[in-house]
Ligand binder design. Sequence first.
Ligand SMILES: *[C@@H]1O[C@H](CO)[C@@H](O)[C@H](O)[C@H]1NC(C)=O
Ligand SMILES: *[C@@H]1O[C@H](CO)[C@@H](O)[C@H](O)[C@H]1NC(C)=O
Length: 243
Amino acid sequence: MNLIYNVIVLFFLFSFSKTESASPLVYSCNDDTKTSNTTQISRNIDNLLSKLVAGAVRKGFVTASSGEAEAQVYGLSQCRGDVSKTNCSICIQEAAKDLREQCPDQSDARVWFDYCFLTYKPSKFFGQVDFSSGDGIYFSNVENVKNKRVFSRKLGELMDKITSEAVRPSQKGFGKGKSVISSLVTLYALVQCTEDLSGINCARCVGTAVGDFTRFCNNKEGCRVLYNGCFVRYELYPFFFPL
Ligand SMILES: *[C@@H]1O[C@H](CO)[C@@H](O)[C@H](O)[C@H]1NC(C)=O
Ligand SMILES: *[C@@H]1O[C@H](CO)[C@@H](O)[C@H](O)[C@H]1NC(C)=O
């Protein structure tokens, strides 16, 4: 992470806790974009958040902006592709509220929940693969896999398969799948790009995230890599819907 980003990792669900929730995983507030809560930009953020909530509840994804000139802010909200409309709605409302509390005076902020993602910035970023916050954010399980060679091959194959699914226009950046590793072990994986990215940019983002596996998730039983434009996750238990 770039140092200007103040990242707050709230908690991490290890793979032995099989409960998913609408709780936040991580916030990131850019302290280079401090603004007082009385300014126009702050009012514009509040207005933007209501558009981002309404849009995500209606369609699962939306980009929006609010305000003009120097005080204009741009935002994006998205639910995970497999999550129900109700869970999407709960998640995105929580995300908007929590992000404002966690990053009260920053005009560049983002939050990842299990079920949704929400971000805003004082400049337009739609359609771009954004690595400006430096490295991605990682969570990995502490446990190592048993058969490393087989696991690593199966993981690579599964990631390739679901990435090529995600970049198809009809898939809106979403791909998921599973792969049987042995009679007792099944691998589950999910990728999602934000819907504003083209197939090529989605593939770039996911490629970078999956490329991070060797550094940050090496032989771990479960791992997530989060970027502004995409995230990837795998586990040795079912974590996406339908379960
Ligand atoms: C909504 O999320 C909860 C857990 O947070 C889960 O148990 C439930 O099955 C989800 N509902 C639907 C319809 O996906
Ligand atoms: C602005 O921030 C101050 C101090 O942090 C707080 O007391 C006040 O309630 C805030 N105002 C609004 C409108 O959020």
